[in-house]
Design a protein around this ligand. Structure first.
Ligand code: SF4
Ligand code: SF4
Length: 100
């Protein structure tokens, strides 16, 4: 398998325990995507309460963010150091979002 090494901001906390990538309130996907172009939702959320990733050591990065309206977004990528994800109203969102 070919691999690449990239630097990304980290998901420092995620309270969405019903997501398959969540263990102990942390995200363990390799990288997540934030945003649907309008809302800063977690596009990688996978609703599966019965099956969770085994990758308890891996920390998730942010592969892409589609929320250009956030002040931490540059060229459709997140440039802050880390983000928190959780429930916000009826959505699962980047709680670090801040409007420009
Ligand atoms: S950040 Fe998204 S993909 Fe990761 S555990 Fe939370 S809801 Fe799931
Ligand atoms: S902080 Fe802003 S740019 Fe970074 S992932 Fe969240 S919404 Fe996107």
């Amino acid at each position: 398998m070919k691999t690449i090494t990239i630097e990304t901001p980290l998901v420092s906390e995620c309270s969405v325990t019903e997501c398959a990538y969540n263990l102990d309130s942390n995200c363990h996907a390799r990288a997540i995507t934030i945003g649907d172009g309008v809302h800063p939702s977690c596009d990688t959320f996978f609703d599966n309460r019965n099956l969770h990733t085994k990758a308890a050591v891996r920390m998730a990065g942010i592969g892409a963010c589609k929320i250009e309206a956030c002040k931490f977004n540059d060229d459709f990528e997140c440039i802050t150091e880390n983000i928190r994800v959780g429930h916000s109203k009826d959505e699962i969102s980047c709680l670090t979002f801040a409007p420009r």
